[in-house]
Ligand binder design. Structure first.
Ligand code: BGC
Length: 728
């Protein structure tokens, strides 16, 4: 604990090289590849799925089992999903333990790099324990479409927040000797038609948004692998897009690891290999085994030079060597009891730090310890907390599994993570009578009493492979909430949702918590926040719209009209989505640019305590970086966390997040905090003609704020900045 005089400094450029051994690793890899036959090299360049039809017999049981070159000390290796924990699809590895971490947007809501790294470490430990060498983690597409089915796996709508958190989580995983990917590269924000849709966006805007997030993650985390998206980027498939892979990733950014396709996302041999794809993944889902005989023929026919095959093999081995995955084949074990206990505690800490208090009229929350009766309403409140569906779903042995959704003929369950919120609430409120109602509007109206406090757990399930048709809560939950609010004295709504939902009942209820998908620690965290054992400290990592008409694209393609999943016959042609509508103004920047008032802005989140800001100084430092120094004081009577945010608006254009700090304070405690906007790419313009970043000379407006809402600004200052340039 520092004293009031110590200044806590937050910076955003990577402080150290996350992969200092890359040259030695590459040299060692080149030496090994020099001893390989063509067949041996080729064997490294594709990996089948590690379960289901066509899986190799020695697969541990996971998304992929890749073949090594054992004669040279490169064993076969296994790869598991994903960003939220280690998955065990269709219980292929029996019922081994695993920690389910909260959804990606929950992690985004913590604004906490330390937690992201700790979570990465825990996932790395569990992946390593079950014998994995690669974790298909680092899900980090920017949320451009709030109805996107997979948003819950990602970190939010802001490039800096997403890049920094993804980088931290990758660093944590790789520290444990497990390669982490970042995915899905790039501009893959929706599921509808994902296996063929073209995401269209002009280069300067793409560089300054989705690509910037990946660039930052690479600098902070040094992922050894990048997974290309299923989609097309400006008409060319991401997996065979030479501009994206050879040009931006390997050229401009100097990436030395390998690019793997998504499962069933390879479409050619020569075109993909020469564009920069290094590995075909999950090829049972592709129309052909392109990086097998077809690539061999392309080399023999002179369409792919052998030097490129060498480069592909070297990149894969460079990655494996860098994390020590050579020598003996990794054996399948299990994390220890101690590790699992530690991870359970961490999962609950992440979940508790992620819950966002959106509304709290007359301080209805926290619930008082002497509350005589509490009514809990919600279909699954007695069973568990909801998890998102698809390849990222973690299934601890006690998970409740219901019928979910099929992707590539595999039925993936809808999962609820234990324990149940109802049980955790009963534990946290031993002197309160806690009554459970599964809940129909009629039942609620007749069972609730005028002096009741009711907590309604509202749910919205989302899954990979299918977008949500709209932002409304389904199954009459809006009516249920209104009925509860009419009947009870005090109404608290808890949203177990992938992200934003519409809240036609907002003014009728007293409090709203966004609790995301909370994972194994979700119920405990929720009980702690509801009862005040923890003060809510999350902030929205994405804007909650007031209605679909506010979105850059109100209409969505009908999912029935187009194929969205790999391994399925193609229908619907090649749809294209025009992301030039918002360009780089994703999320809150769009709302500011268009003068729209959303339901809740990016960065919003209340607390049970209050904070005051003192002695704010806004100035450029010696390096020319805008810096905001302030004292933040906990002026209330409970411990809490404040997240001061710095936004910067260049001479032309919208304000962007350029820095923040997460400050935990006891009642009465104060801290001097300095937030340095040292990543100029967050507010620079990307030039295509003279490639690189340019900071405009002129007046930049720097805001210290509690959220991206123009009304939430605490201090604003005009800074004269000189022109600056940075390479791509
Ligand atoms: C997903 C990837 C995942 C892969 C392997 C694909 O359907 O898009 O994110 O890593 O499957 O399971």
């Amino acid at each position: 604990m520092g004293s009031e005089q110590d200044v806590v400094e937050a910076r955003f450029r990577a402080a150290e090289d996350p992969w200092p051994s890359r040259e030695q690793d590459a040299a060692a890899a080149a030496e090994l590849v020099g001893q390989m036959t063509f067949e041996e090299k080729l064997a490294l360049l594709s990996a089948p799925m590690g379960y289901g039809p066509g899986a190799p017999e020695d697969a541990v049981g996971s998304a992929a089992r890749a073949q090594g070159v054992p004669r040279l000390g490169v064993p076969a290796w296994d790869e598991s999903d994903a960003s939220l924990g280690v998955t065990n699809p269709m219980s292929v590895r029996g019922d081994g333990p695993a920690t389910a971490f909260p959804s990606g947007l929950a992690l985004g809501a913590t604004f906490d790099r330390g937690l992201a790294e700790a979570q990465g470490r825990a996932i790395g430990v569990e992946a390593r324990a079950v014998g994995m060498s690669v974790q298909l983690a680092g899900g980090m597409n920017l949320v451009r479409e709030p109805r996107g089915g997979r948003n819950f796996e990602y970190l939010g709508e802001d490039a800096l927040l997403t890049g920094v958190l993804a980088g931290a989580s990758v660093r944590g995983i790789q520290e444990q000797g497990v390669i982490s990917t970042v995915k899905h590269f790039a501009l893959n924000p929706q599921e509808t038609g994902r296996v063929m849709v073209s995401s269209d966006l002009a280069e300067p805007q793409l560089r300054a948004s989705d690509l910037l997030a990946f660039q930052i993650a690479l600098e902070h985390g040094g992922p050894r692998a990048v997974m290309s998206g299923y989609n097309r980027v400006n008409r060319l498939y991401a997996s065979e897009n030479p501009w994206l892979l050879n040009g931006v990733l390997k050229g401009d950014w100097g990436f030395r690891g390998f690019v793997m396709s998504d499962w069933g996302g390879t479409h050619s041999a020569a075109a993909a290999a020469t564009a920069g794809l290094d590995r075909q993944s999950g090829y049972q889902l592709d129309t052909r085994h392109f990086f097998g005989e077809e690539l061999e023929a392309a080399v023999e026919g002179g369409r792919v030079p052998m030097s490129r095959i060498d480069d592909m093999a070297v990149r894969i081995l460079t990655a494996l060597l860098s994390i020590g995955a050579t020598g003996e084949r990794r054996g399948a074990g299990a994390p220890s009891e101690e590790q699992l206990a530690e991870h359970a505690e961490l999962a609950e800490r992440v979940a508790a730090s992620s819950i966002v208090l959106l509304r709290n009229e007359e301080a209805v929350l926290p619930l008082p310890a002497d509350l005589p009766r509490l009514v809990v309403v919600g279909k699954h409140a007695d069973r568990g907390v909801l998890s998102g569906g698809g390849s990222s779903t973690v299934t601890p042995p006690d998970a409740v599994q219901e019928e979910g959704f099929s992707i590539a003929q595999m039925s993936l369950p809808k999962v609820l993570h234990r324990p149940a919120p109802l049980d955790e609430l009963r534990r946290a409120l031993p002197d309160t009578e806690v009554v459970f109602l599964e809940g129909s509007p009629g039942q609620v109206a007749s069972s609730l009493r005028r002096d009741d406090t009711v907590v309604v757990l509202a749910q919205h399930w989302a899954t990979e492979g299918r977008d949500n048709p709209d932002l409304s809560l389904q199954d009459e939950q809006d009516a249920l909430i209104s009925a509860a609010a009419r009947a009870a004295g005090r109404t608290v709504v808890v949203l177990e949702t992938p992200g934003p939902v519409l809240m036609p009942w907002l003014e009728e209820v007293d409090a709203v918590l966004a609790a995301w998908y909370g994972g194994s620690g979700g119920a405990g965290a929720l009980a702690a926040v509801l009862t005040g054992a923890a003060s809510p400290s999350g902030r929205l990592p994405l804007t909650f719209p007031a209605g679909e008409e506010q979105l850059p694209r109100r209409e969505m393609t009908d999912p029935e009209s187009t194929t969205s999943n790999p391994g399925e016959p193609r229908t619907g042609g090649s749809p294209a989505i025009d992301y030039d509508v918002e360009g780089a103004d994703v999320g809150y920047r769009w709302y500011e640019r268009e003068g729209l008032e959303p339901l809740f802005w990016f960065g919003h989140g209340l607390s049970y305590t209050s904070f005051s800001y003192e002695d704010v100084e806004i100035a450029a430092d010696d390096a020319g970086d805008p810096a905001v120094t302030l004292t933040v004081r906990n002026s209330g009577d409970r411990a809490g966390v404040e997240i001061p945010q710095v936004y910067l608006a260049p001479p032309e254009g919208t304000a962007r997040l350029v820095g923040w700090a997460r400050v935990a304070l006891d009642p009465g405690q104060a801290r001097r905090v300095r937030i340095v906007a040292d990543d100029l790419r967050c507010y620079a313009r990307y030039d295509v003609d003279d490639p690189g970043w340019t900071v405009e000379e002129g007046t930049h407006r720097v805001r210290l704020a509690r959220s991206a809402a123009p009304g939430d600004v605490l201090a604003e200052s005009a800074l004269e900045l000189g022109a600056r340039r940075l390479r791509p």
